[in-house]
Write a protein that binds this ligand. Structure first.
Ligand SMILES: Cc1ncc(COP(=O)(O)O)c(C=O)c1O
Length: 371
């Protein structure tokens, strides 16, 4: 399969490990091993210490699938499949569900693999544009109009990367019903779920609302453990589950054994993990909003409602790609320019997940002042 470059990942490959302050990451500050192990219960610690490093079960460690199922209402551990990050789940699901002659719908700007893999699999892709004047929210009527008789997949990311937008409860239920009526699979990329700033905004997972909807989750975002490369899909359709597992035989076969146990430890302590992640994000978001207030003629942002990122705007004649490059070189601060998404205007992604965000922000503000 031929597929275009993942522009955002290539951008990070160039800057992420050479720029001192990363102000645009979507993951939450990685947790240290000794802090994570300190959270382990006796059973998990025993699993860790006696772990043998053979192949593991293709659908995932049973105890881990049980812990994942407990994040949802009414989901059985057998309906969970684990993957090497959310990314592998997206890749496999799009390849299994789509082929030439099929149609899929997603949104833009967005995480590129959510629509690029389907396109590479031969599907016709409709991208619904998200707009700042609508606070980056998906227009439900536009979604309805985009559905065709051959629409096989509707792939939506909520809470949304890069805008931090979140659908309302009513909108979400309408989307789930719409996909079901159309006979399309709703693939809900919910990797930023549980990072809502107002807990009552948390939407039910798509898999809780419809037997044909898939819910995507991962350890990278709300749980601050991107390095584990553990993600999962909740799939209630047993036939589809078998197809996904059969495809996985050609990608990773099974997950990394140490990662499965470490993910288990984290999920059994999920409340503490989530408190930590939300505290980091909310602190950094407030600091960034204060900078927006101090320089309204230079920096603006539609306030995000959930997740670890937002799409802010620098008001300046210089193109954002050039501003980002100069900022990285001169201030040692990395922002993600909208050009990486092919999106026009001087927007950039800001990410609130890093522990040293405050130090990078001081440099960011100083750079903007002299721009
Ligand atoms: C919306 C969205 N989906 C999926 C992924 C992939 O997650 P992971 O890198 O943990 O596999 C990301 C990562 O940034 C993302 O933002």
């Amino acid at each position: 399969m031929k597929i275009p470059e993942f522009t955002l990942e290539r951008f990070f490959a160039r800057y992420e490990f050479s720029t001192p302050y990363i102000l645009c990451s979507s993951d939450i500050q990685g947790m240290a091993m000794h802090d994570l192990l300190a959270l382990a219960d006796d059973d998990a610690l025993q699993r860790w210490q006696s772990l043998t490093l053979g192949y593991t079960e293709t659908n995932g460690l049973p105890a881990l699938r049980t812990a994942i199922a407990q994040l949802y209402d009414g989901i059985d551990p057998d309906e969970v499949i684990t993957f090497a990050g959310a990314e592998e789940a997206v890749f496999i699901a799009a390849n299994v569900l789509l082929g030439p002659g099929d149609h899929m719908i997603s949104t833009w700007p967005g995480y590129q693999s959510l629509y690029e893999v389907g396109r590479a699999a031969g599907a016709d892709v409709t991208l619904i544009e998200l707009r700042p004047e609508q606070e980056w929210r998906l227009d439900i009527d536009e979604l309805r109009r985009a559905i065709r008789p051959n629409t096989k997949l509707i792939l939506l990311n909520t809470p949304h990367n890069p805008t931090g937008a979140l659908l309302s409860h009513d909108e979400w239920r309408a989307v789930v019903a719409m996909a079901h009526e159309a006979g399309a699979v709703l693939f809900a990329d919910e990797v930023y779920r549980m990072l809502e700033y107002n807990p009552s905004d948390r939407l039910p997972a798509a898999c809780e609302l419809s037997p044909s909807a898939l819910s995507l989750g991962v350890m990278s975002k709300a749980f601050g453990l991107a390095g584990l490369r553990i993600g999962w899909l909740v799939v209630r359709d047993a036939v589809l589950r078998q197809k996904l597992l059969a495809y996985k035989d050609y990608t990773t076969i099974c997950n990394s054994a140490p990662s499965e146990v470490l993910a288990l430890i984290a999920l059994r302590a999920s409340q503490r993990m989530l408190i930590r992640s939300r505290a980091i994000v909310l602190r950094n978001l407030q600091l960034f909003q204060a900078v927006c207030l101090r320089m309204p003629d230079r920096l603006q942002m539609v306030a995000p409602r959930a997740g670890s990122v937002a799409f802010a705007q620098i008001l300046h004649a210089k193109p954002i790609a050039q501003i980002a490059e100069e900022m990285a070189a001169q201030a040692g601060v990395l922002i993600l320019p909208a050009s990486v998404y092919g999106y026009p205007g001087n927007y950039f992604r800001v990410g609130f997940g890093k522990a040293d965000f405050d130090q990078g922000l001081v440099r960011f503000e100083a750079f903007l002042k002299q721009l």
